[in-house]
Design a protein. Sequence first.
Length: 318
Amino acid sequence: MRIDPHVHCRDGRQAYKETITHVLKLCDEQGVDIIFDMPNTDPPLLTERDMEARLALVPRDDLKRYRIYLGATTDERQLREAASLVNQCQQVIGIKLYAGHSVGALAVPGEAEQRKVYALLTAANYHGVLAVHAEKEALFKRSFDSAQPASHCLARPPQAETASIADQITFARATNFQGTLHICHISTAASLELIKAARQELNITCGVTPHHLLWSADHMKGREGMLYKVNPPLRHVADTIALRQALKQREIDWIETDHAPHAISEKLYPPYESGYPSLCLYRSLVEEVLPYWGVSEAAVKDITSIAIQRVFGERKFL
Ligand SMILES: [Zn+2]
């Protein structure tokens, strides 16, 4: 059983970008059995009512293949409800915190507010997974120039990611957070070092996407480079190589595609959306590229399934 623990099915008002039904069809082609859908939809997924409306979009026979995250806000009632849904419902896999805006309006960018999320989850005795999109907005630069797509890589610099990861580790420690802190889609070797150092005292995991493993910022040269605009951005090739090595050495917990298609016009013209349809890369990455890089069969099984089941809890996959 292979799991992709990070996809954006969108649907609803954004069905022109992607839908649950289409992603599940892609999963059949790509050899993926279960997906975890992200909550930065329009409107975002926050409450029990949102959960019910979302699950109603899933074909009945496919419910066993579909899980959702609920988004984190600083509203105590909302967070408590989300935490108890993770405990009670097999379909609700965890809580997602956008520590910086990415696609959509769902985000908690301030440090004090992020800390409050951890404190509220600890007070609610939350033992589940808190997945974080870690990019610190205070370190973003206004240097994006659509004539040079690669400028995106510096507008959301590596330091924004590492600083946000350091923040999350600080907040988890300070509030005695009892769940698992998952850092989504790491893009640099420095991020990995922070996570490795924190493993001794925290339940902390991290994932990597096919695009951050396969490509570097060099892919963003020229106008078509805009198609490779993702958050966090593609990085220097030294980071790409370090991530491959880390995956081989089992320092990264799993592969997550962050599958996020947009209309081509939205990528090449304003608003120059971030996201790549990376589920389409999954089968060739897992079945051809990883073995070519020397990742063992047992390790592939772990990073596509076993580690994910272990961290989210086997009862979620019965
Ligand atoms: Zn994502």
